[in-house]
Design a protein around this ligand. Structure first.
Ligand SMILES: Nc1ncnc2c1ncn2[C@@H]1O[C@H](COP(=O)(O)OP(=O)(O)OP(=O)(O)O)[C@@H](O)[C@H]1O
Length: 586
């Protein structure tokens, strides 16, 4: 049953493993459960940790008030052993708490890595690279947040009443000093936040924009160098940087001023506590031990309030990052089948295919239907912006059809589980992109490849000899950072990658754009071989020479098929516009 994509049940990508790992809803709720159970566990540990923090003040109190008065060495030894024991337990529990979040962070990242990567690839196809890289950054930041002290800070802050209570027990004046001090530090944090938040946000945003704009431009370094665009580029960079820098400087100086004030305030609080303690001792309201203990207790009470705003900001950023990840996972995952589709050769049927880019009302592809049988070669021609590359992307299931669909041997190419689809399909995109790796890895599609199949694909693309002449042969590194190969050589390696494992459906988008006459002849031989092998080959090309190998031609104009049929019939037919000139040249 060939139904439209909208009517298909949402399903999941198999590369991600079992059901619980592939259903985004399930995955997200599992991740939340893992985090919340970790938080509960840490909260339980925090009770013990904060109670154990009372060791020092209690020890002080006992040594001053009991040991010094009684002069009992036994009591001193006992107290010392007990205090050291409690502090060792404290250290162990702190380590366990920190480790538990590290384990949770690792587990979450391991579980989310593949689904997020798959979703990021999908997001990159639909919405550009920025969204995809943001998702990968978010997952790295989530992990670093989970291993930071900010994650447990609210748990410690929640137990600060323990210290406040202890201060009140020692003397109500200490309790009052503690409460007022905590409130003052909290106000200081809020004021700092008010003075710097907007500026820091703007500065960060401007900085991210500047880096991504200039970073994207740097990919075209050759054009920049050749056409002397560096000064203009530097000017843009400077302007963007200046905006970010001035905002950073203002917010930086404000927060430094506030942190100096807060530091002085903290020291003053310690002095006030000691002074109040001394006063109470003179008044014989408390013992000297209580004075020492109160000073330690006030210091401990204020620790969470000191960095409360910083920690709160980190929580806000982590929650925002998590929400973005959730949106990416929900939007982009779970749209493929999980069951690998067994390979079998059959017709390709394009059925009332319509595609409108996200956010656009006017479709780029406007109801295309045609079919091809194994062993047929189709040439797609048409003027620029007719929708040829968009059609190619729809054929190989990169883009989601708005309605209608593409079916290979009855299976929807968009919903097809990707790993098994990759074994049936070869695609050469218009802009050739080799991945970071060696020639062997690229031809073998970056997996553990069969060396015989790599050789076979290289021979079919007629590049085996060329590779043999390279110093490192098949181990030559390629990718965006390497300029070892010419445009034509790169295109032919990409062709070999496309032909790897003898795919049943081959889609070539401008495969001869960078080829010389010899390269073009090799390409024609490769296409003929694939046809002889029973593959369906679809070629999109402006240069007409390659079309001599086509059995059928399809003329695309403004997203519609204006001609489709055997090459011999289509060429002499009357065709309007630019397409006539292109086909007439064949
Ligand atoms: N994601 C998108 N969002 C908006 N418009 C798009 C998108 N993708 C393609 N288009 C538009 O669709 C039209 C067809 O583009 P396409 O790349 O398919 O044309 P083409 O026939 O391959 O052109 P050429 O022969 O110049 O490569 C163009 O006007 C293009 O701007």
């Amino acid at each position: 049953m060939r139904d439209t994509v909208q009517n298909e049940t949402r399903s999941k990508s198999q590369i991600l493993g079992g059901e619980e790992q592939t259903n985004p809803g399930l995955l997200i709720s599992q991740a939340k459960r893992v985090f919340l159970s970790g938080l509960l566990y840490a909260a339980a540990l925090s009770v013990c940790l904060n109670l154990l923090q009372l060791t020092m003040p209690l020890f002080m109190l006992q040594v001053h008030d009991r040991v010094l008065n009684s002069q009992s060495m036994d009591t001193l030894v006992m107290l010392t052993i007990l205090a050291i024991g409690a502090l060792v337990v404290l250290g162990v529990l702190e380590f366990i708490r920190a480790l538990s979040f590290q384990v949770i962070g690792g587990a979450l990242v391991r579980r989310l890595n593949m689904p997020v990567l798959a979703a990021a690839v999908q997001a990159s196809v639909d919405q550009g690279l920025a969204r995809a890289t943001q998702s990968l950054r978010d997952i790295a930041e989530l992990r670093s947040f989970l291993t930071s002290s900010a994650v447990t800070a609210p748990l410690d802050a929640a137990w600060s009443p323990i210290f406040l209570g202890a201060l009140f027990i020692l003397h109500p004046l200490f309790g009052l000093i503690g409460a007022v001090s905590a409130a003052l530090l909290l106000c200081g944090g809020l004021v700092t936040d008010m003075l710097t938040r907007q500026l820091t946000k703007e500065a960060n945003q401007t900085n991210i924009e500047a880096v991504s704009k200039i970073g994207a431009s740097l990919r075209h370094a050759e054009a920049i160098e050749a056409m002397g665009m560096l000064p203009a580029l530097a000017n843009r960079w400077r302007t963007l940087q200046m905006q970010a820098l001035s905002a950073f400087e203002t917010s930086g100086s404000r927060s430094k001023a506030m942190s100096s004030i807060t530091r002085s305030l903290r020291y003053s609080i310690q002095i006030v506590t000691l002074a109040a303690g001394a006063f109470l001792v003179l008044e014989q309201a408390i013992t000297p031990g209580a004075m020492m203990a109160s000073s330690i207790l006030v210091g401990r009470l204020l620790i969470p309030f000191d960095s409360i705003i910083d920690n709160w900001r980190q929580w806000v950023l982590a929650i925002a990052g998590w929400r973005r990840l959730e949106a990416t996972l929900k939007a982009d995952l779970a749209i493929r089948q999980t069951m690998p589709t067994p390979h079998s050769s059959g017709d390709i049927v394009v059925d009332k295919l319509v595609y409108a880019a996200p956010g656009l009302d006017v479709p780029i592809i406007k109801g295309i239907s045609f079919s091809l049988s194994p062993g047929e070669v189709l040439g797609v021609v048409g003027p620029s912006a007719a929708g040829k590359s968009t059609l190619a992307r729809l054929l190989v299931g990169i883009l989601r059809p708005t309605s209608g669909g593409v079916f290979l041997d009855g299976n929807n190419t968009y919903l097809w589980e990707r790993s098994s689809f990759g074994q049936v399909v070869g695609y050469l995109p218009q802009s050739v992109s080799l991945l970071e790796g060696t020639i062997r890895e690229n031809i073998g599609r970056m997996a553990e490849s069969d060396p015989y199949k790599v050789l076979e694909a290289a021979r079919l693309a007629d590049i085996h000899d060329m590779i043999g002449r390279l110093q490192l042969g098949y181990d030559t590194p390629v990718g965006d950072g390497h300029l070892t190969l010419s445009g034509g050589q790169r295109q032919r390696i990409a062709l070999a990658r496309c032909l790897y494992n003898r795919p049943r459906l081959i889609v070539l988008d401008e495969p001869n754009a960078n080829l010389d006459a010899i390269g073009e002849q090799a390409l024609i031989r490769a296409i003929q071989h694939a046809r002889g092998d029973g593959a369906i080959v679809i070629i999109i090309a402006h240069r007409p020479a390659i079309m001599q190998v086509a059995d059928k031609l399809l003329v695309l104009e403004n997203g519609r098929v204006t001609q489709f049929g055997p090459r011999a019939d289509v060429i002499p037919a009357t065709m309007p516009g630019e397409a006539r000139r292109e086909v007439a040249a064949i």
